[in-house]
Write a protein that binds this ligand. Structure first.
Ligand code: 5GP
Length: 122
């Protein structure tokens, strides 16, 4: 599958669609999910054009992989939800059809600010 340049996160990265920004650096952009599932619901996306985690792990550079992981940690500290300065959170990345992925640009959901409940609903 080819990366779709017109997906909503690509538009946010290009500044064509606004977002409620939390953090940005060379490798990642983080912003609040437009439809929060819990008290805190942030998204962290790589700046590179990767469809999903599989695409990223196969094709991203070591620096990009490191940058995304570091970016997630930075955002959880900024939001006071990390295990060090908060009560923890859930990181989710939906992948493909069975994973329920809607936006075809890799993203991690960081969900917290309260107990987020069971991992998967039946
Ligand atoms: P997925 O189902 O692909 O894992 O998650 C996509 C997420 O993107 C959803 O939680 C949805 O609410 C969020 N989303 C979709 N469009 C926008 C948008 O325009 N702005 C923001 N901030 N979030 C969006």
């Amino acid at each position: 599958m080819k990366y779709d340049d017109n997906n909503i996160f690509a538009k946010i990265l290009r500044g064509e669609v606004p977002c409620d920004k939390i953090y940005e650096d060379e490798y990642v952009l983080s912003f609040y999910d437009v439809s929060p599932q819990r008290k805190i619901h942030a998204l962290v996306i790589p700046k590179g054009q990767y469809i999903d985690l599989d695409d990223f792990n196969e094709n991203a550079s070591k620096e990009e992989i490191h940058g995304l992981m570091k970016g997630i940690s930075t955002v959880t500290k900024k939001l006071n939800i990390s295990s060090k300065n908060g009560k923890g959170y859930r990181a989710i990345s939906n992948i493909g059809e069975n994973g329920g992925q809607e936006v075809p640009h890799l993203h991690f959901h960081l969900i917290g600010g309260e107990n987020v409940g069971k991992m998967v609903q039946k």
